[in-house]
Ligand binder design. Sequence first.
Ligand code: UDP
Length: 240
Amino acid sequence: MTAKPLYRRVVLKASGEALMGDQHFGIDVSVVDRIASDIAEARALGVEVGVVIGGGNIFRGVAVASKGGDRVTGDHMGMLATVINSLALRTSLVKLGVDAVVLSAIAMPELCESFSQRQATAYMNEGKVVIFAGGTGNPFFTTDSAAALRAAEIGADALFKGTQVDGVYSADPKKDSTATRFEHITHAEVIAKGLSIMDTAAIALARENNIPIIVYSIHEQGGFGEILRGGGRCTVVSDT
Ligand code: UDP
């Protein structure tokens, strides 16, 4: 374990489903509060934190399209869902005394500020947690891609992908008891092996910008801080 955190500036990506807790839909505030406490711990270590939350706990565009609906409108609805989740996370962070701001890729000035790279970087330099809402602002993308994009834009040292399990496995550990966890794997290997930790566009963007992806369990309280201190359980996806 190191006294100095491993990374100075990171982006944390959590899926919308991570906010559901035991529910089948929506937001469990106690779960959001717990994720907020992990972010507060990272801030206390001096790490600058940007966050991207998905919207799958509320809406996904593909679900509409699969039933014959309009994909673009569905994706707009999905992006709005990420704004709902982002506002919930900001509320939980503020409750803990953490200065946090939501910047949306889709303008909605009554609710939050619009994203710009300049403003996001300025807020992060001030030590605010910046929550990037609205995905990329474009249909046919995902919040994984938005997280990789924002990580590149703000010069993040690492992209943390909070998942259901504690790293990247050779197969789904919930279905295959022989699945083994990688300590380290390259971006290219993740793509070649078809390991579904993030979508390919997100992994390719991270790779092009030399951003390591740290895959860990979002459900492990304190796990984020532990990894930042040089311990914890995770898989590091990097080309070095
Ligand atoms: N979405 C989009 N463009 C983006 C990001 C998200 O259209 O740049 C839409 C898309 O419909 C997606 C939904 O928002 O299904 C929720 O995002 P995502 O599926 O990535 O959420 P997660 O699976 O992480 O909860």
